[in-house]
Write a new protein. Structure first.
Length: 408
C-alpha cells in the first residue's frame, strides 16, 4: 500500500474522515490476519467501528486515529474517551454484555501513571477508576447545568456532556460491568504503518513474498468491505475466507513467470529517446554505436516496466525496490572510481567513467541478482541503468552531477 501524507489543520475534515474509515478497514484486516481462532470474523460499521467475533463472543473496537506527530495523551478528560463510552452505551440494548468485550484503540499515548492504566489489563481492578469516572462525569454534568442556568455562553464540556450523561444514567451495576469488560490499546500505529503490520503478520510466507501478498490481499479486502456494505456478500468477513485467498495468492506467485516481452522487439521508427542518455554517455566518450544500443535497451526496459505495472498492482513496488538495488551496486563501483580519479587528467577521468558504463552494459546483468528468480534476459538490467541515468540517479563521468547541472 502507498504511504500517506500527514494531515494538517488546514485540510478538510472530509479527508480526516476518509482516512479514519480506511484505517478501520486496515485494522479489521490486521485483526483477522493475526487471529488464530478458526471462527474469527470481522465486520465494519455495525455495532462499532470494528466488530471482531471470536469463540462465540464479540469484541467491539472504537478506533481513534490521528496523523499528528505528537497526539495528546489519553486522560480522564479526553473527549475521545467519553465519546467512546457513549458509543458503547448506545449499543448495549442490542447485545449481551456477558458475551461482549470492548476496546478503545488510539494512536495517542497513555501518560505514565495515568488513572486509566487499569484498562491496559483485563484482570486489573477497576474499582478506583469507576469512582473517578463517576466523579468526572458528575462534574461535567453539573458545571454544564450551572453555566446553562446562568446564561453563560459558550457552554462548557459540550463534546463530553452526552457521554458523561449517558454514563451516569446507567445503573451502577451496569457501569461496573461495562468497565470490567473494557480495555484500551494506546500508541497504536497510524495508517502510515499499519500496512507494514499486516505484511509482517504474514509469517507463513517467505519474507520476499510478504509485501506483494500483503498488497494483493489488501486490494481483495477493500473490495469485500465495499461488497459487505452493498449487500453483495455477508457483513462479516471470516478468517477462513482470508486464509483461502492467501493460499490462492501464494499459488499465483509460485506460478508467476515473468516473460521477456521485449527481448526481440525494437523501438518504433518514430521513437525519440530521452536526450539525457546521449548527454551522459558523451561525457565519457562513448561511441555512436554504444549510444544507439543504450537508447535501444532503455526503450526495452521502460516498455517492460510499463507493461508489468499496467498488468499487476504489486509491480511498482518491486520495480522501485530493484532500482534501488541497482543504484547500490553501481555506487559500489562508481564511488571508489570517482575518488581515485579526483585529481586525474580529464582524459583519464573520462576513460574511468567509460569503464563504469561498460560494466553496467556488458557485465552487470551477469553479476547482480536478477529481477526475479526465473528472469535471465539482459536487457532489463542494461536498460534500467539507462532509465536511472536519465533520472541522474546514476552516471558515468566522475563529475556527472556537476557537469549536468541545469540539464533536463
Amino acid at each position: 500500500m502507498s504511504s500517506f501524507t500527514a494531515i494538517t489543520g488546514d485540510d478538510h475534515s472530509a479527508i480526516d474522515a476518509a482516512l479514519g474509515f480506511y484505517y478501520q478497514s486496515l485494522y479489521g484486516l490486521l485483526a483477522v490476519v493475526k487471529a488464530v481462532e478458526d471462527d474469527a470474523a470481522v465486520c465494519l460499521e455495525r455495532l462499532d467501528d470494528v466488530e471482531i467475533a471470536l469463540n462465540g463472543q464479540s469484541l467491539l473496537v472504537q478506533l481513534k486515529h490521528s496523523l499528528s506527530k505528537k497526539p495528546a495523551g489519553v486522560s480522564l478528560a479526553s473527549v475521545a474517551l467519553w465519546k467512546t463510552l457513549r458509543a458503547w452505551i448506545d449499543v448495549l440494548p442490542k447485545l449481551s454484555l456477558d458475551d461482549t468485550r470492548f476496546q478503545l484503540v488510539t494512536v495517542a499515548p497513555l501518560p505514565p501513571g495515568s488513572v486509566l492504566a487499569p484498562l491496559l489489563d483485563e484482570k486489573s481492578s477497576r474499582t478506583d477508576l469507576l469512582k473517578r469516572l463517576e466523579a468526572e462525569a458528575k462534574r461535567v454534568v453539573d458545571e454544564h447545568a450551572t453555566a446553562k442556568a446562568s446564561g453563560r455562553n459558550p457552554l462548557p464540556h459540550v463534546e463530553r456532556l452526552p457521554g458523561c450523561s449517558a454514563f451516569l444514567a446507567l445503573p451502577e451495576a451496569t457501569r461496573e460491568k461495562l468497565l470490567s469488560r473494557a480495555t484500551i490499546q494506546p500508541a497504536a500505529h497510524d495508517i502510515n504503518k499499519i500496512q507494514l503490520d499486516i505484511t509482517n503478520a504474514l509469517t507463513n510466507f517467505p519474507p520476499d513474498q510478504r509485501e506483494a501478498i500483503s498488497q494483493r490481499l489488501t486490494e481483495w479486502w477493500d473490495l469485500q468491505i465495499v461488497y459487505s456494505f452493498c449487500g453483495r456478500r455477508e457483513r462479516f468477513i471470516t478468517r477462513l475466507e482470508v486464509l483461502q485467498r492467501l493460499l490462492e495468492m501464494a499459488g499465483e506467485l509460485a506460478r508467476d513467470e515473468l516473460l521477456a516481452d521485449f527481448q526481440f522487439e525494437f523501438p518504433p521508427d518514430d521513437h525519440s529517446p530521452p536526450s539525457m542518455i546521449a548527454t551522459q554517455l558523451q561525457l565519457v566518450d562513448c561511441t555512436k554505436s554504444e549510444i544507439q544500443s543504450a537508447q535501444q535497451e532503455e526503450w526495452k526496459a521502460r516498455s517492460q516496466r510499463h507493461k508489468w505495472m499496467t498488468e499487476r498492482m504489486d509491480m511498482a513496488v518491486r520495480i522501485d525496490r530493484y532500482d534501488k538495488y541497482l543504484v547500490q551496486e553501481w555506487r559500489y563501483r562508481y564511488a571508489p572510481m570517482a575518488e581515485q580519479h579526483q585529481s586525474a587528467a580529464e582524459e583519464k577521468r573520462r576513460a574511468a567513467g567509460l569503464e563504469i558504463f561498460r560494466w553496467s552494459f556488458i557485465q552487470a546483468h551477469r553479476e547482480v541478482d536478477p529481477f526475479a528468480k526465473n528472469w535471465n534476459s539482459s536487457y532489463y538490467v542494461r536498460g534500467s541503468y539507462q532509465v536511472l541515468a536519465v533520472e541522474q540517479s546514476v552516471g558515468w563521468h566522475p563529475d556527472y552531477l556537476a557537469l549536468l547541472k541545469g540539464s533536463a
